[in-house]
Design a protein around this ligand. Structure first.
Ligand SMILES: C[S@@+](CC[C@H](N)C(=O)[O-])C[C@H]1O[C@@H](n2cnc3c(N)ncnc32)[C@H](O)[C@@H]1O
Length: 186
C-alpha cells in the first residue's frame, strides 16, 4: 500500500489542479483547523480530505465518526479514506454537491480545498454550499497560503458572511493561515 506521502504525490501529478499541492498538510495545520470543532459541534463536514490528516485531527477532537461526513472527489483518495475511516460517511463527489446530499443540520464545515486555485464562480458555489448545509450558527474553517481570506470582500458580502483570522501555522510548508467564516448576522 502506498504511504500517504507517495499517494498524495502521485495524485498531485495525475490531478494537479484538484490536488493543488505536492504534500499533505502538516499535523500542526491539521490540529489548528480541527481545534474549532469538538463533540459539542454536532454534525461536522470535511471538504477535500485528501489522505485524511485533517480527518484524523477532527476525530481526535472527540467528534464521533457517525457525526463526520467527508466530500472527496478524487477516487484514489476516497478509496484510502474509506479503508482508514470505516465509521465515517464518505461522498465521492464535489463539495459543491453537498446540499443535495445533506440536510441543513451541520455545525461546522472544515475545508482543505484549494479555493484560491479554483475559478471564482466555483469558489463561491462551494462556500455557498457549505452554508446551505449548516445551521444558522455554523462555522466554515478554511486555510490558505495566501495573504487574505480566499473569498473577496464582495463575495463575502454577497453571501452575507464575515471572516476572521484564527491561527497562523508557521511550521507548515508553506506557512498557512486559518480563517473562520460565519454568517454576518445570526
Ligand atoms: C490541497 S489538497 C488538501 C488535502 C488535505 N485536506 C490536506 O490538507 O492535506 C485538496 C484536496 O481537495 C480535493 N478536492 C479538490 N476539489 C474538490 C471538490 N470540488 N470537492 C471535493 N474535493 C475536492 C482534492 O482531491 C484534494 O484531496
Amino acid at each position: 500500500m502506498l504511504s500517504d506521502l507517495a499517494l498524495f504525490l502521485k495524485q498531485a501529478v495525475l490531478q494537479p489542479k484538484q490536488t493543488s499541492s505536492l504534500v499533505p498538510s502538516s499535523r500542526a495545520l491539521a490540529n489548528a483547523m480541527a481545534a474549532h470543532v469538538g463533540p459539542q459541534t454536532g454534525q461536522v463536514v470535511e471538504f477535500g480530505p485528501g489522505t485524511g490528516i485533517i480527518t484524523e485531527a477532527i476525530l481526535a477532537q472527540g467528534v464521533a465518526p457517525e457525526n463526520l461526513t467527508l466530500f472527496e472527489m478524487n477516487t484514489a483518495f476516497a478509496g484510502a479514506l474509506a479503508a482508514r475511516f470505516p465509521g465515517v460517511t464518505l461522498h465521492v463527489t464535489g463539495a459543491q454537491n453537498a446540499p443535495t446530499l445533506m440536510p441543513a443540520t451541520v455545525g461546522a464545515v472544515v475545508s482543505g480545498l484549494p479555493l484560491l486555485s479554483m475559478p471564482r464562480a466555483l469558489r463561491r458555489e462551494i462556500v455557498s454550499a457549505a452554508f446551505k448545509v449548516m445551521r444558522p450558527d455554523g462555522i466554515f474553517i478554511q486555510f490558505t497560503y495566501g495573504q487574505t481570506v480566499p473569498l473577496s470582500d464582495e463575495g463575502l458580502a454577497t453571501l452575507g458572511l464575515q471572516a476572521s483570522k484564527a491561527k497562523k501555522v508557521w511550521g507548515n510548508f508553506p506557512p498557512a493561515q486559518v480563517y473562520v467564516v460565519k454568517r454576518a448576522q445570526i
